[in-house]
Design a protein around this ligand. Structure first.
Ligand code: SF4
Length: 93
């Protein structure tokens, strides 16, 4: 699967709450494909924080294992956002 197709199929993203994160590094051990540690041991997400479907189970495990609940999975729509027709300047004309 190409990176482009992987991104298009992704339905989850990872987020890290920097206030809650204590820099244990467990997430990088459990999910090295998407999480790296910086020089101080705090996690950095890959440039594209989308979770490919084949890594969804590992991402869930990493989020569940975070001791401070700082690592979150967020569901996102797979496709581009739809235009909001209710706010269209031509709506109702
Ligand atoms: S496991 Fe949680 S607390 Fe530890 S570095 Fe990762 S996000 Fe931070």
């Amino acid at each position: 699967m190409s990176p482009r197709h992987r991104r298009a199929a992704a339905r989850e993203r990872l987020e890290i709450d920097p206030i809650a994160c204590a820099g244990h590094g467990l997430c990088a051990e459990l999910l090295p494909e998407l999480v790296e540690l910086d020089d101080w041991g705090y996690p950095m997400l890959a440039d594209d924080d989308a979770v490919p479907p084949e890594l969804a189970a590992l991402a869930r495990r990493a989020a569940d294992a975070c001791p401070t609940l700082a690592l979150h999975r967020r569901r996102v729509a797979a496709g581009p956002p739809r235009p909001d027709l209710r706010r269209s300047p031509t709506a109702g004309q």
